[in-house]
Design a protein around this ligand. Sequence first.
Ligand SMILES: [Fe+2]
Length: 331
Amino acid sequence: MRALKNRKGKLNSKWISPLTIPEIDFILKKMNKGKESEPALTEYHVQPKVKIHKRINEASVQIKKILSDIRNEGNIQQKSVEVIKSKIAPVIAETAKNPDIYYLFEEMQTKNEYTYNHNIGVGIIATYLGMKLGLSKESLSELTLAATLHDVGKTRIPESILEKPGKLTATEYEEMKRHTIYGYELLKNIPDIPPSIALSALQHHEREDGQGYPLRLKGNDIHHHSKIVAIADVFHAMSSNRVYHQAMPFYRVIEQMNRDMFGKFNPEILLAFVNQLMSTLVGKEVMLTNERLGTIIMINPYDPLKVLMKTSTGIIDLRMEKEMQIERIIG
Ligand SMILES: [Fe+2]
């Protein structure tokens, strides 16, 4: 460990890092060099963001129409499944390859029609997470479909409950919770789609500690895809404007998920997710709780919120700063 000097040239025992600034600069340069030759990343930067934006919007319009048909007809037509598989899922899969999930987050916060965009948003986040977890191609396509249709049971919930701006009554809340069962019933008998799709609709509000609904299942009884969809669902809900709450800033969402959700979500999936989200912040400028500014240069994989930062006066290792945290991302 090396102690770093403060502005007056004195050693400051608070700023301790295993690496010097030149050493970290060298590592970052090396990391960026690797990224420059990565085809997926280059492709994304070349492809205008506006194109992805347009395709997400088109997918949102298509899912809106499909959900409206399901609400009116009371069931899912085979042609709707085909549109989801052939038109919507490919847009989701392509968008999930985007390495800049922070951009996607900003994209989500600009949307107003929560219900329709929620399906696409959860599809993208779950697929992104599934890719990072190394799921097979086949499993990943199932997951995309499961995540996109996870809330399909809400088409059987009266709009007066879905759109209610205030708190739901106990009876309304019980009915709202039944969207999981309705979704399962809608999906379980559709030919050509695997059982995990219906299971994700049924289980995405179950929690590892058995405190979820509708069946209060515990860890091993919950399908792996349902666990991924559950995390994507909560992340998207916290990140979006709703009738009853304002969207939370990106870093607050990560912090709250990291703090409150262990025990409720599968710890390996959650840690992988938080790690991935935090790693998108490497290179971004942030403000700390003491108003000091700095740039994130490294993420600790076992404690991803305790990052290593470069400031104008030295390196700060947040693992060693109990009182200091990131307040917000500047850009
Ligand atoms: Fe749900």
